[in-house]
Design a protein around this ligand. Structure first.
Ligand code: ADP
Ligand code: MG
Ligand code: MG
Length: 950
């Protein structure tokens, strides 16, 4: 803070007098710079306390050192075996990028000093052939971004140190294996050479040997490969592979910094809503070797099963292998439990560490380790990515185990994960039938659960294009995936690979995004030239349909039928949602003025039919926030009556048609009240313009013309009359025309019938012992006088019906707030209306002056891409504009009527960000589609926790 201020003043001063006193001020300037460079860019493995003192909190330490660096330091602090290392901070990365890819002052010197300490701790020396220290250069942002940034291993090897290491280890094979890995990793990551260049060279050597396994290659083979790799570098770049270890370290560090702004990192951040200005840290870590022989190895493990959540160590390892080998799926791995036999001491220690880590971090851990000559080294730990089902199970289990609180459990699961759990699965026996019919063409590792049906594409670009431009459902099929495939994976409904295991790139990314995925379906051969796959005698060409089940690992040709899973069977999810409701129901959660709700939000549902209402209720809805009555008009036997009603020339004629409709509506409403026994049901009176119920003008005109041309006369006149009536109803902008309350004022008979139907149904149900709570909602109010005109007439009908039927029950009359003028005059409107419900779709359209269809088709995507709008305002409430109107409405409405009930019934009611906003402005409930209810319950609880009154 201080320094910044000073440097600004300096700049002004400098700017003013620059013309005559440069020479005097320049040295001062340089001197100041030097002072600023004292900033600490580098933290040693044992400096986590210093980092904490500087950053202020553990979260900020993770921001400063990155997740990987912070956790390595923390593991070191609690006495776990971690190879000595140092971390260059994310601030260093940001400074590097800000200065146009230059190390900020002091950084390199601090790295050199830290390297000296690492040398001391490891007893080796960087670049010293007698006992060389090798290091890895690893990226690590605050949020783990799997596979997004690249790691270079074995830095410090060159022709000289390699020889030295051979003398030291007497293991030439191992040394040249490490050396060739360095050249290829360095070549691809730092020098941007395509992997293929190195892969070709490796394949050639293997082919000459007649093998496919890296482990069959001898020391001489690998030594030869090193020379070939060096030639690749020379040929591709025109210069030699850098032999100077410090230069290797510097270039690798720069490459990691640079990769923060690489396309794939940016794509990932967009998808995950990770801010761009976090930066990545760089970790320089003493190499430990899993490839020194058969008493060494490397592995990856989770403290619980990341696919199911089962509380059992889950992982895999490889003997005599280094780093990425396990993740890359190059060789077939062994399950972690087998390590108990092959590396017993290391295994035992590892088990203890896993238990300690989970207790330490209170979350499931994803760990990387290496065993070098029977000695265990921890290389990473982080909170593990998991499937939606695992997230729920782990959260509930950990709360039950007392490891975390219910609030924490509720926060451990994202709304998207809940959504995933309610997504389709293959119906009943479809899969068995498909198997019997011989449709299964491959099986693999069940890497990410869920069913997916789509057309096959063999590369990420095509997959993305087909999904985005052609609107196809896509399944991306690849041998394996790499970070630059992520855009295709995000666009796909499912992913299928022929190589790799449960922790391969494809599996990790798919789990995280909830995309169904099968990996390692090794019977499958992908022919990229012919663009087809062959498997088990089946050929699938690009563009053909397949179905995959990521939960079982089965892939089928053709489209299999899918259905939604039942919530009732998901007991862990039910428990968690129960906790969510408990949290929302606590009085005092919101501090509020008299009359305002002090609990969290309730979740209601939009349901037009009794069956939807029943589903909503079974999903936990506490009311119906919107029943759209006009949907009922479209049913086959009703539409002709509706049309007759619309075309009626006299009020009597209209009333006659309406009287025919009344019993239908009454039955619909009765069903709703029954389904929602004890809960409020908001029924919206007719809303759309009437032309929506009529045949289309174009189609009718065509018919009339055809009839005339063919000389058909029977029924012609009738059709001509109908056409004339429809033309007479034409409006140039029907959405802003005669609809909603305006229609009710011009043509009150319709809503009078509807209100009668509502109250007759409520009365009948009440007499049956149902606790019916009708709430009548008038749409599209813009002026309080509209309500003054229509509402009292409707209230009269309600009273009439109650008298006729001889019952009393509670009811409300209210309005939608969807026209900005209504929001602006909320105080007046609340004088008449007993409740408000935000119709945020129309409110957004009218506040922005966008028509949704046109906007989404023509420019919204561009707006969001260019950052003109942060998000599509039809998906998430625009809090600054539309939201401001909402907030005002609540405040001014409740000033007049403190007990005013306020909700939202637009699609936004199911969007977690919008739900949070609704919570903060004091709404009583949100209402969304029945399928979104569980998601909304979780989001409501998360909002309540986040904004809990202290
Ligand atoms: P990622 O973020 O992709 O997991 P890492 O930095 O963790 O990248 O490294 C990639 C692989 O290299 C991992 O398997 C890791 O365990 C291994 N690795 C990294 N540094 C070392 C080291 N100093 N010694 C041995 N293996 C290492
Ligand atoms: Mg990586
Ligand atoms: Mg890692």
């Amino acid at each position: 803070m201080h320094l910044e201020l000073e440097s600004k003043i300096e700049k002004n001063l400098y700017g003013k007098i620059v013309s005559w006193q440069v020479s005097v001020f320049l040295p001062i300037n340089i001197f100041r710079r030097k002072e600023m460079s004292e900033k600490k860019w580098v933290y040693l493995f044992n400096e986590v306390k210093e980092a904490e003192a500087y950053a202020g909190s553990w979260d900020a330490v993770r921001g400063l050192l990155g997740g990987k660096g912070a956790n390595l330091a923390e593991m070191t602090r609690i006495g776990m075996p971690v190879p000595p290392f140092f971390t260059v901070t994310t601030e260093g990365c940001n400074a590097y990028l800000a200065e146009g890819n230059k190390f900020p002052g002091g950084m390199w010197d601090q790295m050199l000093a830290a390297l000296k300490e690492v040398e001391k701790a490891s007893g080796k020396k960087f670049g010293d052939p007698k006992n060389p220290l090798l290091v890895s250069c690893r990226s690590g942002a605050k949020m783990s971004m799997p596979g997004m940034m690249d790691t270079v291993l074995n830095i410090g090897l060159n022709d000289e140190t390699a020889k030295g290491m051979v003398a030291l280890t007497e293991n030439e094979r191992f040394v040249y294996d490490a050396y060739r890995r360095l050249i290829s990793m360095f070549g691809t990551v730092v020098l941007n050479i395509k992997d293929e260049a190195f892969e070709h060279a490796l394949d050639a050597v293997k082919k000459a040997k007649g093998t496919t396994a890296d482990t069959d290659l001898t020391a001489d083979d690998l030594k030869g490969l090193v020379e070939k790799y060096k030639e690749v570098v020379k040929k591709e770049k025109g210069f030699d592979f850098p032999q100077e270890p410090l230069e290797q370290m510097k270039l690798a560090t720069e490459a990691v910094f640079g990769s923060w702004n690489g396309k794939r990192a940016i794509d990932y951040r967009r998808a995950e809503k990770i801010p761009d200005d976090l930066g990545t840290a760089v970790n320089i870590v003493t190499m430990v070797f899993g490839n020194t022989g058969w008493e060494s190895g490397t592995g990856v493990a989770f403290t619980r099963n990341p696919a199911t959540g089962e509380n059992k160590l889950y992982g895999e390892y490889l003997l005599n292998a280094q780093g990425e080998d396990v993740v890359a799926g190059i060789r077939n791995t062994d399950p972690i439990t087998k390590m108990a036999e092959t590396l017993p001491e290391a295994y035992e220690e590892f088990i203890k560490i896993t238990e300690k880590l989970e207790k330490h971090y209170h979350d499931m851990q994803d760990m990387e380790f290496t065993v070098e000559n029977r000695r265990l080294w921890m290389l990473q730990t982080r909170n593990g990515k998991r499937t939606a089902a695992a997230a729920v199970k782990i959260a509930v289990d950990m709360a039950n185990e007392g490891l975390i609180s219910k609030e924490e459990a509720v926060q451990r699961v994202t709304p998207t994960q809940v959504d995933t759990l309610l997504h389709p699965q293959f119906t009943g026996n479809t899969k068995d039938d498909a198997k019997k019919a011989g449709k299964r063409f491959a099986t693999g590792v069940n890497a990410s659960p869920g069913a997916a049906v789509g057309q096959v594409y063999f590369d990420a670009d095509t997959a993305e294009r087909m999904a985005k431009e052609e609107g196809q459902q896509v399944i991306m099929v690849r041998p394996f995936t790499k970070p630059d495939d992520v855009h295709g994976m995000l666009a796909a409904k499912g992913i299928l690979t022929s190589e790799g295991g449960a922790t391969s790139h494809a599996a990790v990314v798919a789990r995280q995004f909830g995309v169904p995925c099968i990996v390692g379906a090794s019977m499958m051969k992908i022919n990229m030239e012919k663009r087809l796959l062959e498997s088990d005698g089946t050929v699938v060409k690009e563009g053909e349909w397949i179905s995959i089940d990521g939960g079982s690992g089965d892939a089928f040709v053709g489209k299999l039928e899918m259905s939604a899973p039942s919530l009732e069977e998901q007991t862990d999810l039910l428990t968690l949602l129960g906790w969510a409701d408990e949290i929302c129901d606590r009085p005092g959660t919101r501090k509020a003025p008299e009359g305002w709700p002090t609990t969290g939000l309730q979740v209601w549902a939009n349901a037009d039919y009794p069956q939807d209402a029943r589903r909503a209720r079974s999903y936990g809805a506490r009311g119906i926030g919107l029943c759209r009555t006009e949907h009922m008009f479209f049913e086959q036997e009703r539409l002709p009556i509706v049309q007759r009603m619309i075309l009626a020339e006299s009020s009597e004629e209209r009333t006659k048609a309406l009287n025919e409709l009344l019993p239908y509506q009454r039955a619909d409403f009765a069903g709703l009240f029954e389904a929602m026994d004890g809960y409020p049901v908001i029924i919206r009176l007719i809303d759309p313009p009437l032309h929506e119920f009529m045949p289309s003008e174009e189609a009718l005109l065509e018919e009339v013309i055809t009839m005339r041309v063919k000389g058909e006369t029977q029924g012609l006149e009738e059709k001509e009359n109908l056409l004339a009536s429809i033309r007479a109803m034409h409006e140039s902008n029907p959405m802003m025309g005669l609809r909603g309350i305006r229609l009710s004022i011009v043509m009150p008979e319709i809503v009078e019938m509807q209100v009668r139907a509502i109250f007759e149904a409520a009365a009948d149900e009440t007499l049956k012992g149902v606790d019916a709570r009708p709430e009548v909602m008038i749409p599209l109010t813009g002026h309080v006088n509209e309500l003054h005109y229509i509402q009292p007439r409707l209230v009269e009908i309600a009273k009439e019906v109650m008298k006729e039927k001889g019952v009393e029950f509670h009811y409300k009359f209210g309005t939608m707030i969807e026209i900005p003028r209504a929001a602006l005059t909320a105080a007046e409107i609340a004088g008449v209306a007993e409740f408000f419900s935000f119709g945020t779709n129309d409110l957004t359209q009218m506040t922005y002056g966008y028509s949704r269809d046109d906007a989404e088709r023509n420019f919204l995507v561009t707006y969001v891409e260019k950052g003109i709008l942060p998000v599509n305002p039809f998906q998430s409430v625009d809090t600054a504009g539309v939201g401001r109107l909402m907030k005002m409405s609540v405040e001014e409405g409740r000033a007049v009527r403190p007990e005013l009930e306020v909700g939202i019934c637009g699609e936004h009611g199911g969007d977690p960000d919008s739900i949070e906003f609704c919570h903060t402005i004091g709404q009583n409930y949100v209402s969304c589609s029945p399928f979104r209810v569980p998601v909304a319950r979780l989001a409501a609880a998360q909002a309540a926790i986040k904004h809990a009154a202290k």
